[in-house]
Design a protein around this ligand. Structure first.
Ligand SMILES: *[C@@H]1O[C@H](CO)[C@@H](O)[C@H](O)[C@H]1NC(C)=O
Ligand SMILES: *[C@@H]1O[C@H](CO)[C@@H](O)[C@H](O)[C@H]1NC(C)=O
Ligand SMILES: *[C@@H]1O[C@H](CO)[C@@H](O)[C@H](O)[C@H]1NC(C)=O
Ligand SMILES: *[C@@H]1O[C@H](CO)[C@@H](O)[C@H](O)[C@H]1NC(C)=O
Ligand SMILES: *[C@@H]1O[C@H](CO)[C@@H](O)[C@H](O)[C@H]1NC(C)=O
Length: 398
C-alpha cells in the first residue's frame, strides 16, 4: 500500500480523465466561483468549507503493473503492461494502480483514460526526463514520500490533480518540481505534511492556477542553496490560490552559503486563512540538526510581486522578509495586501530587504526601503511568463 510509483514517461500525452472518484469534479468546480475573486469580499472562505478529503473506505484491490508483464528496467517497453493494468484497475472497485518502488518503467505515448470506478487510487507519481506530458483528473493518496514529482522535464501540464496525505506525515511534498521548464499546475487540491508545492533548482516558467493547499507547509520556492549549491528559479506565477491552516503561505527559502538566484516571481489573488507565516522570504533557512552559520554568499532574491493577497495570519508577523546582510532581497513589490491576526494586529519584519508598496498594503511595510521606486514598479509589471513560453504550454494539449 505504501509503494511509490516511479514511472518514466517518454510519452507525448497522458490523460487520465475523471479518474478521481465521484466527488472530485464537484470540488474543483468550487474554484470556478473564484473567477471573480476579490480581496475586498469576505465570503470567499465559505466556498471551501465543504472541501475535505474523502476518507478511505473498505479494503483495496492492488493492481500491480508487474503482474501484467511490466519489466521496469528502464529499457524494455512497458507500455502494453501499463495499459492492461490500467484497464483492470480502472474498472475494478476500490483498486490501487500500483507501480513497484525504485524501478524505472518506460511508457510510450499513451492515454490512460477514465472515468474509473469509485475510489480509484494512484499512489504516487514521477514524471522524469519527459516532455509534452498532460495529466488530468488524478487522485493520489497517502504516499510515504513526495507525492508527485516532475523532474528534468519540459512542457508538463497537471490539471485537476488531488493529493492527500496526513498533515503529520513528514517529507510528503504534494507536488515537487525540479529542473523543469514550462510546467502548468491547474485546479490542484493538495493536503499534506510538507510543502503543498515545492519548486526547486533549475525551474523556469512555472505557472500555477487555482490551487488549494491545506494542511501543509504552503507553496514554496526552495529550498535552494543547501551545502553551498547553486539554485536558480525564475518566472513563476501563482494566480488564484487558497491556503488554509498551513504553516507557511507563500514562501521562498534558501540556505546561507548558496549561490544563484530567484527572480521574477508573481503571486496574485491569494487568500489565506489561519496561516502561520503568510508571506515569507527566508534566506536563513536551515533544515539541519546543527545550526547553519551565516556566510557571505547566498541565493539572490529579486523581483518578487505580491498582488491581491488577503487573509488571516496566525502570528502577528504576517509578512517576513528575512534576507541576508551581504545579499539583500531587492525589488519586492506589495500591491493590495491585507493580512492580519484575528485580533486585528499585524506586523512586517524586514532584514536587508528593499522594495515598495502600491495600493492598499496592511501590515505597513515601511521597513522595505528603496531609492529606485519607479524603476521597480516598471520592472515588476513585466514579471511573468513570456509569450513564447505560453505557446510551448499550449503545445502540451495536443
Ligand atoms: C486584483 O483585484 C482587483 C480587485 O478585485 C481586480 O480588479 C484585479 O483584476 C486583480 N488583479 C489581478 C492581477 O488579478
Ligand atoms: C513509441 O510509439 C511510437 C508510435 O507508436 C513508435 O514509433 C516509437 O518507436 C515508440 N517509442 C518507444 C521508445 O517505444
Ligand atoms: C560552504 O562554504 C563555507 C565557506 O567557504 C565553508 O566554511 C563550508 O564548509 C562549506 N560547506 C560545505 C557543505 O561545503
Ligand atoms: C490553525 O492552524 C493550525 C495548524 O497550523 C491548527 O492546528 C489550528 O487548529 C487552526 N486553528 C483554527 C482556528 O482553525
Ligand atoms: C545571521 O544573520 C541574521 C541577520 O543579520 C541574524 O538575524 C542571525 O541571528 C544570524 N544568524 C547567525 C547564526 O549568526
Amino acid at each position: 500500500m505504501n509503494q511509490i510509483l516511479l514511472v518514466s514517461f517518454v510519452g507525448l500525452l497522458i490523460g487520465a480523465y475523471g479518474t478521481a472518484g465521484t466527488d472530485f469534479s464537484d470540488d474543483i468546480a468550487v474554484f470556478g466561483e473564484l473567477e471573480g475573486f476579490d480581496i475586498e469580499e469576505g465570503d470567499d472562505v465559505g466556498l471551501f468549507d465543504e472541501l475535505s478529503f474523502k476518507s478511505e473506505k473498505g479494503s483495496k484491490v492492488l493492481v500491480n503493473v508487474d503482474g501484467f508483464g511490466a519489466v521496469g528496467d528502464g529499457v524494455s517497453d512497458d507500455t502494453q503492461a501499463f495499459v492492461k493494468a490500467w484497464t483492470e484497475a480502472c474498472t475494478t472497485q476500490n483498486s490501487v494502480f500500483l507501480v513497484p518502488e525504485g524501478r524505472r518503467y518506460l511508457v510510450n505515448a499513451t492515454r490512460f483514460r477514465g472515468p474509473c470506478s469509485d475510489h480509484f487510487i494512484v499512489q504516487a507519481f514521477t514524471i522524469d526526463s519527459s516532455s509534452a506530458i498532460k495529466v488530468k483528473g488524478l487522485t493520489i493518496q497517502n504516499s510515504q514520500q513526495m507525492n508527485f514529482i516532475v523532474s528534468r522535464s519540459n512542457s508538463v501540464r497537471l490539471s485537476d490533480v488531488q493529493i492527500s496525505a496526513p498533515g503529520d506525515s513528514p517529507n510528503t511534498d504534494g507536488i515537487h518540481i525540479t529542473a523543469s521548464i514550462n510546467v502548468v499546475l491547474e485546479n490542484c487540491k493538495i493536503g499534506t505534511g510538507d510543502d503543498c508545492i515545492s519548486i526547486v533548482s533549475g525551474c523556469s516558467n512555472i505557472k500555477m492556477k487555482k490551487i488549494y493547499c491545506g494542511p501543509g507547509h504552503g507553496i514554496s520556492i526552495g529550498s535552494l542553496g543547501a551545502g553551498n549549491s547553486t539554485g536558480i528559479v525564475t518566472n513563476v506565477v501563482l494566480d488564484r490560490a487558497f491556503l488554509k491552516d498551513t504553516t507557511n503561505g507563500l514562501r521562498i527559502k534558501t540556505y546561507q552559503g548558496g549561490s544563484g538566484y530567484v527572480s521574477s516571481i508573481r503571486y496574485q489573488n491569494v487568500r489565506m486563512e489561519n496561516v502561520t507565516y503568510p508571506i515569507i522570504i527566508d534566506q536563513f533557512y536551515c533544515d539541519s540538526p546543527t545550526a547553519c552559520q551565516n556566510q557571505t554568499s547566498a541565493v539572490e532574491i529579486s523581483k518578487i510581486l505580491y498582488r491581491n493577497i488577503s487573509g488571516t495570519s496566525m502570528r502577528e508577523i504576517a509578512m517576513k522578509f528575512a534576507c541576508s546582510d551581504t545579499v539583500p532581497c531587492k525589488h519586492i513589490v506589495l500591491n493590495n495586501v491585507f493580512l492580519e491576526k484575528k485580533d486585528g494586529t499585524a506586523e512586517t519584519y524586514c532584514n536587508s530587504a528593499t522594495g515598495v508598496s502600491k495600493g492598499y498594503v496592511w501590515p505597513l511595510a515601511e521597513c522595505l526601503t528603496s531609492s529606485d521606486k519607479d524603476l521597480i514598479i516598471k520592472q515588476t509589471e513585466e514579471v511573468g511568463l513570456a509569450p513564447q513560453s505560453r505557446e510551448n504550454l499550449i503545445h502540451t494539449e495536443l
